[in-house]
Design a protein. Structure first.
Length: 113
């Protein structure tokens, strides 16, 4: 089972940008789909964006146009570019293969002035 490590979170002001990285222990090129998820305080974990092996991409409506998901199969790494961040984007962000039940530790994103 592929293990993942998320990084790139931090504190950013509203309107700012961050790029999250998801480094996988194995070949992501063979994984059907991978996703970014987030869990805000007191809320359920939900899907932010996903990308399939064939580069079909899905975004949650709330982030479409501001977030961009991508994958670099040569580096076994997936990314989430987040622009025009809002306070409601504050959450712990996780990545994983969409069909896996194994979660990483996540990376904290805090959007605050």
């Amino acid at each position: 089972q592929v293990q993942v490590v998320e990084s790139g979170g931090g504190l950013v002001q509203p309107g700012g940008s961050l790029r999250l990285s998801c480094a996988a222990s194995g070949r992501i090129s063979v994984i059907y789909a991978m996703g970014w998820y987030r869990q805000a305080p007191g809320k359920q974990r939900d899907l932010v964006a996903s990308i399939t092996r064939g580069n079909n991409i899905h975004y949650a409506q709330s982030v479409e146009g501001r977030f961009t998901i991508s994958r670099d199969n040569n580096k076994n790494t997936m990314y989430l570019q987040m622009n025009n961040l809002k306070s409601e984007n504050t959450a712990v962000y996780y990545c994983k293969p969409t069909l896996s039940d194994a979660w990483g530790q996540g990376t904290q994103v805090t959007v605050s002035s």
